[in-house]
Design a binder for this molecule. Structure first.
Ligand code: UDP
Length: 203
């Protein structure tokens, strides 16, 4: 996989089709797959937050969710193929999941947002299985509260729902930290931080 670096952060040179097929491959092989979708602000923040920098480095796929990154890549003469926004990728993965029988879990946002998002996603993709939802206001290692009972409860909730994909909308960098710190404890396969996307689906 070709990658290019902006401020030391490696970004994959993938377009939407390739991004979805990499996820499809991971699901087929039953492999864990962690997706990060940085924009310029997150790349800059990663240079100030070493933990975030290392987490992005550890991700299986890093897609450019910011026109600034695509423009910077052109100036650097190592052009990224296209902007792949988090919400577009999430929507493509929801469509892929509904067509291929994979289940999804939505976590994040204020109480009720993930359920409202789930209802609207069901209207858009009637065949999709939403395995579960959870709000995004809980404590855990991602908020600096290691071994907090809230985090354990959330992990159990996700594992009991047994989803294939988990979309995490806690904003950056909380969502990337939550995924990275709990990747080994969570039984799902694909994990993606999706920022404010659940608010968008909730309408
Ligand atoms: N959020 C959350 N828990 C938190 C902080 C934020 O669930 O502790 C949710 C917030 O309600 C919103 C989403 O995270 O739905 C994205 O927040 P923001 O717009 O700040 O993130 P960005 O899209 O800029 O990464």
């Amino acid at each position: 996989m070709q990658r290019m670096r902006i401020l030391g952060v490696s970004i994959d040179r993938v377009d939407m089709k390739e991004a979805v097929s990499r996820v499809a491959e991971a699901l087929k092989l039953n492999k864990k797959f962690f997706i990060v979708t940085p924009n310029s602000e997150i790349v800059v923040n990663a240079n100030k937050d070493k933990a975030l920098f290392e987490i992005i480095k550890s991700a299986d796929m890093v897609v450019p969710d910011g026109i600034g990154l695509v423009l910077a890549s052109k100036i650097m003469k190592t052009p990224l193929k296209e902007r792949v926004t988090g919400i577009d990728l999430m929507d493509n993965l929801l469509m892929f999941s509904s067509e291929n029988g994979y289940s999804v879990y939505l976590i994040g946002g204020k109480e009720g947002i993930a359920q409202d998002a789930a209802e609207n996603i069901k209207i858009k993709y009637p065949n999709i299985t939403i395995a579960g939802t959870h709000h995004g206001y809980f404590k855990g290692e991602h908020t600096g509260n290691v071994n907090h009972p809230d985090e354990k409860e959330v992990i159990n909730h996700i594992n009991n729902a047994n989803p294939d994909l988990v979309f995490v909308a806690l904003g950056a960098p909380k969502q990337e930290k939550f995924i990275s710190y709990n990747l080994n404890k969570l039984n799902a396969k694909v994990f993606m931080g999706v920022g404010g996307s659940l608010d968008v689906y909730a309408g």
